[in-house]
Ligand binder design. Structure first.
Ligand SMILES: *Cc1c(COP(=O)(O)O)cnc(C)c1O
Length: 330
């Protein structure tokens, strides 16, 4: 069976590094911990959206789009990487951000502005509810927009993580790998890793730590991931079908909700910073690492296991959380 393949544009630098986390492994008493450094994708402070955008925007260039529209939260890493990619490719960028304009922009929002993105404030609508109205308005003005869905999580975005698992094969002995753990929020990373694992016929567990309750969504998050994994399988002609049994989504670490930093995130961020010199972020990877630490402490991941933590980026948001992180510097 030959699968369809797609080409990325060159907005990032791949492969991203893979490294052992020796001190953290020792501190947590095993398992053997490794990290895939997608915080180092090379585009404007990096992150997992660079992979997705490389494929999504190449397809947009092929269709001669001149404008990119996407949406996210005020500290969206996806929006920051989209704004940077648009600048690099000479495309006009429009971001629909949840909330209202703050007095002073910081973190990712500051960077969105530096990249020259046009920002539209959407109040409660942080998941792109207002995108199609904006697209219509831009088309009436003669633009040819490409709509990048929330989080870049469509079939091409997920496909980029099938590619990412192939990339990993060249870097790490994955026969002995038991788990890949990562932050799961709009589902593209998760769906792509599930599909990639199936195509490569691997035995490790793909364990997403849920970051966002998603209680306002029409479809429950697990169903959304499964649908996207199946749709991506169809898109590339793989003919695979995923069901609930194939999906591991841990929703025990949602804390006070999306973007609210608590003790577990602060512990994960400071441990990783002090033991490894690596920055996690307050919203996604801090929570995902807190989940990994929690699973190790509960014995859900054993001392003999070998775990790859997929670092999905996000550190620019640290500065927007300075207040929450200050209190706990001791
Ligand atoms: C978007 C994002 C995620 C989640 O990836 P999805 O594919 O949207 O589930 C995780 N970590 C960071 C830092 C992100 O920006």
């Amino acid at each position: 069976m030959s699968l369809k393949t797609f080409s990325p544009c060159t907005i990032g630098y791949f492969p991203t590094p893979v490294m052992p986390l020796l001190q953290l492994t020792q501190k947590l008493g095993g398992p053997e911990l490794w990290m895939k450094r997608d915080d180092l994708t090379g585009l404007a402070l990096g992150g997992n959206k660079t992979r997705k955008l490389a494929y999504i925007l190449q397809e947009a260039l092929d269709r001669h789009c001149d404008t990119v529209i996407t949406a996210g939260a005020i500290q969206s890493n996806h929006c920051r990487q989209t704004a940077a990619a648009a600048a690099a490719l000479g495309l006009e960028c429009h971001l629909v951000l949840g909330g209202h304009a703050p007095e002073t922009a910081t973190g990712n929002l500051l960077l969105d502005q530096l990249f020259g993105a046009n920002i539209h404030w959407a109040g409660q609508h942080r998941k792109g509810e207002d995108i199609s109205a904006l697209a219509t308005a831009l088309m009436q003005n003669g633009r040819k927009p490409c709509i990048v869905p929330y989080g870049g999580s469509n079939e091409l975005g997920a496909y980029s993580f099938v590619q990412a698992l192939e990339e990993l094969e060249t870097q790490l002995d994955t026969e002995s790998l038991t788990h890949i753990v990562f932050a799961s929020s709009s589902g593209g990373t998760h769906a792509g890793l599930m599909l990639g694992k199936a195509l490569l016929q691997k035995n490790y567990q793909i364990t997403g730590i849920s970051i966002d309750k998603g209680e306002t969504d029409e479809v429950p998050f697990d169903q959304h991931i499964l649908r996207l994994a199946n749709a991506t399988s169809d898109y590339i002609g793989a003919g695979l079908r995923f069901s609930q049994d194939d999906l591991i989504l841990n929703d025990q670490y949602l804390g006070e909700g999306y973007g609210v930093i608590g003790e577990p995130e602060i512990e994960a961020i400071t441990l990783t910073a002090r033991l490894e010199g690596i920055l996690l972020d307050p919203v996604y990877t801090g929570r995902a690492m807190a989940g990994l630490i929690g699973m190790i402490r509960k014995g859900e991941i054993a001392a003999g296991d070998k775990v790859l933590f997929w670092h999905t980026g996000g550190a620019p948001a640290l500065f927007a959380y300075a207040d929450a992180l200050q209190v706990h510097h001791a």
